[in-house]
Ligand binder design. Structure first.
Ligand code: GLA
Length: 388
């Protein structure tokens, strides 16, 4: 693939001079969903699929972008001066947002560059193709212009750019998982403090299978921001009776004691998910440490039920994939992953059940939904790197 990407760069942008090639992964979250903007825990991991970026610095102020995934758009050109989000700019709003965010932190990019991307994360699948582009861009800026930033800074800058430039109020999970990824490990992150710990994922005789619903979603047009504000309302009401900074500060018992301070029943349900999901994530990680993969799987299943019934972010496509997965013998756990409303599910499946899983879930899904799902047996990979 490397050679094809570099050859494409030459074909599209021509010219002389050294071209470098970088990579940033996508991510899948194992458990801890919609907790990262509630001061809770998450447990994501970086994947070996992701985004490749071939880049060459320019001596003028021009930026030129090209994506092998959106060839019809051709070269998209702009300037490093006066960057602002534009609808017609499509995916280039992500790298532009990161350049802008570096500037906001006093790291001014003074010359432009040509950037060609190729991603093998299915777009809009909930595996964080946009956060992958953000972290990739940050990593490239650091290398090309010599900025003094850590990978953790790249995660925060990526999130800032997505919040402030692209208008999606996402939490820190995706960018953190990508920037800090470590092969063979998931990251147990406390989003209230950014304290984290790597936990080895040793499934022995099982695999992580991602089922992609092929129902596209974008965070901007989903109910993501609505859920966030529902949680803020819940927190404001609970805070009047309990001295907490975030819903993640409560355990189940504490929540049950003060939940009636939340007036609206739906808002109460949202808060319940945030509290219980955080506690589930803590329990799931300790189950894994005790080599109790079965319990980990059970908690994954409970997570899905809570996202379906209390948080209401699943939908028929994700519910079908998960409920069909639960019927397959050899499935240890299965749940939606990411923001929801479409995108993917993540399942832990015994090695000898993987083929049956794909066949059985695939055909039931197509029968019910009317189009196919895609399946990926994935590996846990490292964070961003320079390839060439
Ligand atoms: C999206 C957001 C994350 C997180 C998840 C839900 O992926 O970008 O910050 O909130 O949804 O867990």
């Amino acid at each position: 693939m490397k050679e094809q990407i570099l050859a494409k760069f030459k074909e599209i942008f021509g010219g002389e001079g050294e071209v470098s090639l970088y990579f940033a992964p996508g991510r899948v979250n194992m458990i801890g969903e919609h907790t990262d903007y509630n001061g809770g825990h998450v447990f994501p991991c970086a994947l070996t699929i992701g985004t490749y970026g071939a880049v060459r610095k320019r001596s003028d102020k021009t930026l030129r972008f090209y994506s092998m995934n959106f060839e019809k758009l051709g070269i998209i050109e702009s300037s490093i001066e006066g960057l602002k989000p534009e609808k017609e700019a499509g995916w280039t709003n992500y790298p532009k947002g990161v350049i802008w965010a570096f500037g906001e932190r006093g790291m001014k990019v003074d010359t432009g560059f040509d950037l060609l991307l190729y991603g093998n994360i299915p777009n809009g699948s909930g595996l964080s193709s946009s956060a992958s582009v953000e972290v990739l861009t940050g990593f490239i800026l650091k290398e090309l212009y010599g900025f003094d930033v850590t990978n953790q800074d790249l995660a925060l800058i990526g999130q800032f750019s997505e919040n402030k430039f692209n208008g999606v109020n996402c939490g820190i999970m995706d960018q953190f998982a990508i920037a800090m990824g470590k092969a063979g490990h998931a990251i147990f992150l406390d989003t209230a403090t950014l304290k984290y710990e790597y936990a080895p994922i040793q499934l022995k005789d099982a695999k992580i299978v991602i089922s992609c619903s092929n129902k596209k979603r974008g965070l901007g047009d989903s109910k993501y921001n609505e859920r966030r504000s529902e949680c803020e309302t819940a927190l404001a009401q609970i805070s009047q009776v309990a001295g907490i900074n975030s819903l993640g500060d409560l355990n189940e018992e504490q929540f049950e004691q003060c939940k009636n301070s939340i007036k609206d029943e739906v808002i109460r349900q949202r808060a319940k998910h945030a509290v219980y999901e955080n506690q589930r994530t803590i329990k799931a990680v300790s189950a894994l440490k005790n080599n109790d993969v079965e319990l980990f799987g059970k908690l994954m299943n409970e997570s899905h039920v809570s996202l379906r019934d209390d948080y209401e972010v699943t939908g028929i496509e994700l519910d079908t994939l998960v409920e069909e997965a639960w019927k397959v013998e050899g499935v240890i756990g299965s749940r939606m992953t990411g923001a929801g409303f479409g995108g993917c599910t993540v399942s832990i499946v015994k090695d000898d059940a993987v083929d049956t899983f794909i066949k059985q879930v695939g055909s039931a899904y197509e029968k019910k939904i009317g189009y196919k799902a895609d399946f990926y047996v994935v590996e846990i990979g490292d964070g961003p790197c320079k390839l060439v």
